[in-house]
Ligand binder design. Sequence first.
Ligand code: HEC
Length: 117
Amino acid sequence: MRSGGMSCVWVAATVLLPAAGCAAELSIEPARQQQLVRMVRQDCGSCHGMLLTGGLGPALTREALADKPVAAMAATIFHGRPGTPMPGWKPMLSETEALWIAEKLLAGFPAETRAAR
Ligand code: HEC
């Protein structure tokens, strides 16, 4: 089982986000979290499937990603995979946000909620 604590260890162990503490890294404003969820459901869904169960790109469900390291998934999201259709999302996301998405995918991605404003 992955716990929140485990993923914090992962974060601290990667060079993706040097130095800063775990809590600070993943503190993303709730409104921005909603935007990110919406982006993954819509933009990523166009290749990975509306339910993220796969399409042109592979499934991004918790089950499909079970053995994959969160840092590698975050790097794929941030930089893309050269030579494949997977684009890098660097222009749209911070590294922290890419990591947040990777963690959420590994935990089972949340559904979109209505924007609260
Ligand atoms: C244009 C189509 C396309 C879009 C849009 C896209 N992906 Fe991908 N993605 C792919 C393909 C194709 C692969 C497989 C690359 C390979 O062959 O290694 C992939 C791979 C991945 C992987 C690695 C999966 C694994 O099993 O190793 C992750 C994670 C991922 N994408 C997340 C995302 C996220 C998050 C978004 C939106 C921010 C996104 N992708 C948008 C096409 C896309």
